[in-house]
Design a protein around this ligand. Structure first.
Ligand code: PEP
Ligand code: MN
Length: 337
């Protein structure tokens, strides 16, 4: 961090500031320019309140030289992180497709979809048991029973399962879940993130509806600070002024995140668009842009799905998508940063 001081700063105020910075465990490099004095702060400035310093009379500006996320930062960890889930790996060149219904609805539904997406090439099964719904009157998921049904589908197909946790109180129920999803609405549930940092289970962390990439990485940092480095980031569309699609898929987030962090980045074209017909083109674009995987909603009977039928692919459509995605993988962009 650097602190740029106004011209001819009051010496007493400067001394007070310097003493306070030193008391925070930092050392100071002073450099005198023609028009300003610059203090270069050396040490861990992550907890330093920039605004407090900026508000001082003698201070013209404060700038961070390094990003506030350390564990997630590619600068400190140049190699791609590869997250292992059972026998599958995501990141660092390993590309995976996660597929399944928005919500687990019945034993027949989840097992049938699991078989079909596995046959099409998916390597992980998704399915919501606890559902974050905009309306309290909408189907809220089968909850604990939904988790049991997912485990049954796993037993039958061998596919590891990915499912969303909505609240800390559910953590014990998630002991056998292979990948714990933190949904967009919970991206900044910091207490939940902190507790997930104490587990060793891989976490699928979705970008919030209106969150910046830096905020996404700060949320990953909460989990990593607790010791859990098994994080998969997910771009799932953000809120914009556009209403023709459910959200706006931020494709540039893929190469940008690859520059900022070593963590794997996957894309959810289902929630990003909300429209089944848009899922394939966006999935292909994401794969070519360098995504490490996709998470896609598939339902055996979208017309009667209890949640998100309009964006769900049929198993046949997913099969076609998977073929096309595999065909473009050789043309995937490597990050050029
Ligand atoms: C989901 O994946 O089922 C979901 C609710 O996604 P998001 O949190 O991205 O809205
Ligand atoms: Mn959904």
């Amino acid at each position: 961090m650097i602190v740029i001081l106004k011209k001819n700063p009051d010496r007493e105020q400067l001394e007070n500031l310097s003493n306070w910075l030193k008391s925070q465990g930092l050392s100071i490099h002073q450099s005198e320019g023609e028009n300003s004095l610059v203090l270069g702060l050396v040490g861990d400035t992550a907890d330093l309140d920039m605004e407090l310093i900026r508000a001082l009379d003698i201070v013209k500006d404060v700038k961070r030289v390094q990003e506030p996320y350390k564990n997630a930062n590619r600068y400190f960890h140049p190699e791609d992180t590869v997250v292992s889930v059972g026998d599958t790996r995501i990141g660092g060149g390993y590309f995976q497709m996660i597929a399944g219904p928005c919500s687990v609805e019945s034993p027949e539904q989840i097992c049938e979809i699991a078989r079909r997406v596995k046959a099409a090439g998916a390597t992980l099964l998704r399915g919501g048991a606890f559902k974050p719904r905009t309306s309290p009157y909408a189907f809220q998921g089968l909850k604990a029973q939904g988790l049991e049904l997912l485990l049954e589908a796993k037993k039958e197909t061998g596919l590891p399962i990915v499912t969303e946790i909505m609240d800390l109180s559910q953590l014990d129920l998630f002991a056998d879940v292979d990948v714990i999803q933190v949904g967009a609405r919970n991206m900044q549930n910091f207490e939940l993130l902190r507790q997930l940092g104490r587990t060793k289970q891989p976490i699928l962390l979705k970008r919030g509806l209106a969150n910046t990439l830096q905020e996404l990485l700060m949320s990953a940092e909460y989990i990593m600070a607790g010791g859990n480095e098994n994080i998969i980031l997910c771009e799932r569309g953000i809120r914009t002024f556009e209403t023709a699609t459910r959200n706006t898929l931020d494709l540039s987030a893929i190469p940008m995140l690859h520059k900022m962090t070593h963590l794997p980045v996957i894309v959810d074209p289902s929630h990003a668009t909300g429209i089944a017909k848009l899922v394939k083109p966006m999935a292909l674009a994401a794969a070519v842009c360098g995504a490490d995987g996709l998470i896609i909603e598939v339902h055996n009977d979208p017309m009667h799905a209890l949640c998100d039928g309009s964006q769900s692919l049929t198993p046949e459509q997913f099969d076609a998508l998977a073929d096309e995605v595999r065909a473009v993988l050789p043309f995937r962009c490597k990050s050029e940063f």
